[in-house]
Design a protein around this ligand. Structure first.
Ligand code: DX5
Ligand code: ZN
Length: 222
């Protein structure tokens, strides 16, 4: 059994006060940071470059979880690892050769994860179990913070946890991303998720960040 972790998504932080918001999250009990990379092609939005990841690396020792929402991810994996990524998460839908992308991440010494969109079946990523450290199940369509959790995703997380339990290669964490709050986190935790990304719920004003992390942690305690 892995420890449950809370990962603030800095997409919802105040970009003009990013260092302040990173410190607030650290002091509030964040276990790691989730950084969304969007290219305006794979998803209809744009966000951060490797230089933002390098900036984050300078101000925190917490693990940095890099969620690549981009076409041709292989072209940028090295830049993100060099910028200080701990884990690189690649969408199964973003490349014809997901196994190669995962290999590339591992060869550069980072942890590797695969991401599945809400419409992508788990069967697409089963063969990757022996080589990945993490699977991210999108619980909204990728591209924007502040969306509503898609209820059917709870069963998908459950199925993934069952697959993990019956697999010889069960050494990976299940992460959920999108619409996670003090209600949806409960069902995700029960379904077997280990890492909970939360953006708009946590970065809801400067005050009370720690209280919100504490609330989430209490809700996912075994
Ligand atoms: C959505 C991103 C998420 C986003 C989550 O494409 O991958 O990481 O920041 O934001 P909330 O928690 O507001 O749904
Ligand atoms: Zn994300």
């Amino acid at each position: 059994m892995t420890t449950k972790k809370i990962a603030p998504s800095i997409l919802s932080a105040d970009i003009m006060n990013l260092e302040r918001d990173v410190k607030i999250a650290e002091q509030g009990g964040a276990d790691l940071f989730h950084i969304d990379i969007m290219d305006g092609h794979f998803v209809p939005n744009m966000s951060f470059s490797p230089s933002v990841v390098a900036g984050m690396r300078r101000v925190t020792d917490k693990p940095l979880d890099i969620h690549l929402m981009m076409d041709n991810p292989d072209d940028y994996i090295k830049a993100f690892v060099e910028a200080g990524a701990d884990t690189i998460l690649v969408h199964a839908e973003s490349t014809k050769h997901i196994y190669r992308s995962i290999d590339l991440v591992k060869s550069l010494g980072a942890r590797a994860g695969v991401v599945v969109n809400p419409g992508t079946p788990l069967e697409e990523v089963k063969e990757l179990f022996p080589v990945i450290d993490q699977i991210l199940v999108m619980t909204v369509n990728p591209g924007f913070g502040g969306q509503k959790f898609i209820p059917g995703m709870t069963k998908k997380i459950q199925r993934l946890d069952q697959l993990r339990q019956t697999s010889a290669d069960d050494d990976f964490e299940i992460e959920v991303d999108g619409g996670i709050n003090d209600e949806t986190i409960v069902q995700c935790a029960k379904a077997g998720a280990d890492i909970f990304v939360a953006g708009s719920y946590l970065y809801n004003g400067q005050d009370g960040f720690k209280d919100r992390v504490d609330t989430l942690k209490k809700l996912v305690e075994d």
